[in-house]
Design a protein around this ligand. Structure first.
Ligand code: ADP
Ligand code: MG
Length: 278
């Protein structure tokens, strides 16, 4: 059984308005790292809220760990199984000391203090923030703050975490820190990740990419297979990864490099194999 199942889902904010999400279907399997890639206004946040039962589909069905989000008796179980991390760390941090912030959700659930201690220590360690347990969040960098926000979600032991553009406000160092932490949570803790982004280089790290454009799913597949479709990517108002675009331009000019190059290292390797012909 898929951990997330989205079946023919549409969502409309207002009766008269356009559908923000239109007949979208996909599945996420336990342990996967799936990226949802789309430009501004394409429906990504609407989709995230549909998965977390913040919104109920106008049409179609969303199932999380076998629970239909339409079933109101399951709303809290859906949110416990599926954590959310948003864009702005400042809006997610509620306490004045890091470890208290990470404990906040558990305290609200009435978890006993010894268990809270264990889970908070584990969660701060999982995000590499143990050394800052006693620090004041406002003294931290953006990347560190976002990792504290992630620790608060991880401490709740969700099976899935949905990240909605969680690096968009961070500098390059912060983005890298957060990406590394999220990959570790996926590989080492087995947490399923739905990574929503408009950054190509981040999506390239996923097992699978889903592109959405104007509320509709445009394509789905392994990063290399998706990035090869340069026309579709540009139509979706996204940038083709630089090295993929360079490879396509070289091929158009008769330089036969592979059409699935993503990184500088791969481009370098491909060019080393080309002999000058004259
Ligand atoms: P993204 O997260 O990809 O930028 P959103 O899901 O936020 O996209 O928005 C998708 C579409 O829904 C956009 O056209 C946006 O204007 C519209 N929309 C988003 N939030 C609301 C709202 N609260 N009321 C009406 N329309 C909205
Ligand atoms: Mg958004």
């Amino acid at each position: 059984m898929s951990i997330i199942s989205v079946r023919n889902v549409s969502y409309q904010y207002h009766e008269a308005g356009d559908q923000a999400v239109r007949n979208v279907s996909f599945d996420v399997e336990e342990g996967e790292f799936v990226a949802v890639l789309g430009s501004n206004g394409s429906g990504k946040s609407t989709l995230a809220k549909l998965i977390n039962a913040l919104f109920i589909p106008s049409e179609g069905t969303v199932t999380v760990c076998g629970m239909d989000t339409r079933d109101e008796t399951k709303t809290w179980d859906v949110r416990a199984a599926c954590g959310m991390v948003f864009q702005n760390p400042d809006n997610q941090i509620v306490a004045t000391i890091v470890e208290e912030d990470a404990a906040f959700g558990l305290e609200n659930l009435g978890v006993e203090p010894a268990e809270i201690r264990r889970r908070v220590d584990w969660a701060l360690d999982a995000v590499g923030m143990s050394d800052y347990a006693q620090s004041a969040p406002h003294m931290l960098s953006g990347g560190q703050k976002q990792r504290v926000a992630i620790a608060g979600v991880v401490a709740m032991k969700p099976r899935v975490i949905v990240f909605d553009e969680s690096t968009a406000m961070l500098d390059p160092v912060g983005r890298r820190e957060v990406m590394q932490v999220v990959r570790r949570l996926n590989k080492e803790e087995g947490i399923t990740i739905l990574w929503i982004t408009h950054f190509m280089d981040e999506a390239a790290l996923a097992d699978r990419i889903i592109i959405i454009d104007r509320g509709e799913k445009r394509c789905e597949g392994a990063p290399r297979a998706v990035f090869r479709q340069t026309g579709l990517i540009r139509e979706s108002a996204l940038d083709v990864p630089e090295m993929t675009a360079l490879a396509a331009a070289l091929r158009e000019r008769g330089v036969m490099v592979s059409d699935d190059i993503l990184t500088v290292d791969e481009m370098e390797a491909a060019l080393k194999n080309i002999r000058a012909v004259r």
